[in-house]
Design a binder for this molecule. Structure first.
Ligand SMILES: O=C(O)[C@@H](O)C(=O)CO
Ligand SMILES: [Mg+2]
Length: 255
């Protein structure tokens, strides 16, 4: 059975961010992930994590101005400086919080624009090298077009090929089963094919992004396959609970 990390951007949101750590631990989780820690000093987040006895699985690099619609900076040629600053901030937080993995979001840009493609590639190489120096892994995640229209990285094969092509040992794929199913289906074949370069996995039911076992996929079968491909990292529970978070945790005992 995979080991699960609670996603604190979607789960336990009945409480303020810093109180979600203790709630996740009380519910039996041993690790957490979330989108962004940057609203709080890194030390404050690290203290919340450690006093709850949790491990950090992953968080994202600063995405630009999320409220204004930014969804990452990596493919935006006119925001290269901001990307570099975001990278420095992410590494500093990653060291204090002790995350083994950072997710670099691509941004909203046409996926066939040569300038965006070149910029993304260049920034990805830079981020992979800088994170490697810091002893941190880097992941990229294809995101479906319904949840994030216009997102640059919207194709699993393209992301996988890029990871292979850049050939950095610390650069891998964030395989979100929810996005995979909406974008392409064929989840199990893709898990098998991409297994050597999967750095992180996330799950949710499809199409409502609720608890596992409540959607169109056979999540038990998918968890078996995640074990079978030899994945030993955390599986992030990146779902919006259908009701209160604790009320929906029964799926873990049922799988
Ligand atoms: O799937 C998602 O939405 C997240 O993993 C993410 O990092 C960007 O929103
Ligand atoms: Mg995800």
């Amino acid at each position: 059975m995979p080991k699960f990390a609670a996603n604190l951007s979607m789960m336990f949101t009945e409480r303020p961010f810093l109180e979600r750590f203790a709630a996740a631990a009380a519910a039996g989780f041993t690790a957490v992930e979330y989108l962004f820690p940057y609203d709080h000093p890194a030390k404050t987040v690290a203290d919340a994590l450690r006093s709850a006895g949790l491990k950090q699985a992953l968080f994202n690099m600063p995405p630009g101005d999320w409220a204004a619609g930014d969804r990452g900076l990596a493919s935006l040629p006119d925001r290269r400086e901001e990307f570099e600053t975001a990278l420095v901030t992410a590494i500093s937080y990653a060291k204090t919080i002790e995350t083994p993995l950072l997710h670099m979001m691509a941004g909203i840009a046409p996926c066939d624009d040569p300038a965006a493609i070149a910029c993304y590639r260049e920034n990805l190489k830079k981020a992979a090298d800088v994170t490697a120096e810091a002893g941190i892994g880097l992941v990229i995640e294809p995101i479906n077009k319904r949840d994030m229209p216009g997102y640059f990285l919207n194709d699993f094969d393209r992301a996988f090929d890029l990871v292979l092509d850049l050939d950095r040992p610390n650069l891998n794929l964030q395989f979100d089963v929810y996005h995979r199913q909406i974008l392409h289906g064929d989840v199990i074949t893709a898990l098998r094919k991409m297994a050597p370069r999967i750095g992180h996995i996330q799950i949710a039911s499809v199409p409502n992004r609720h608890e596992p076992l409540t959607g169109e996929l056979d999540d038990r079968r998918i968890f078996q396959e995640i074990d079978a491909i030899g994945y030993r990292g955390y599986v992030g529970c990146e779902y919006r609970p259908a009701a209160k978070t604790e009320e929906g945790l029964g799926w873990m005992a049922a799988i």
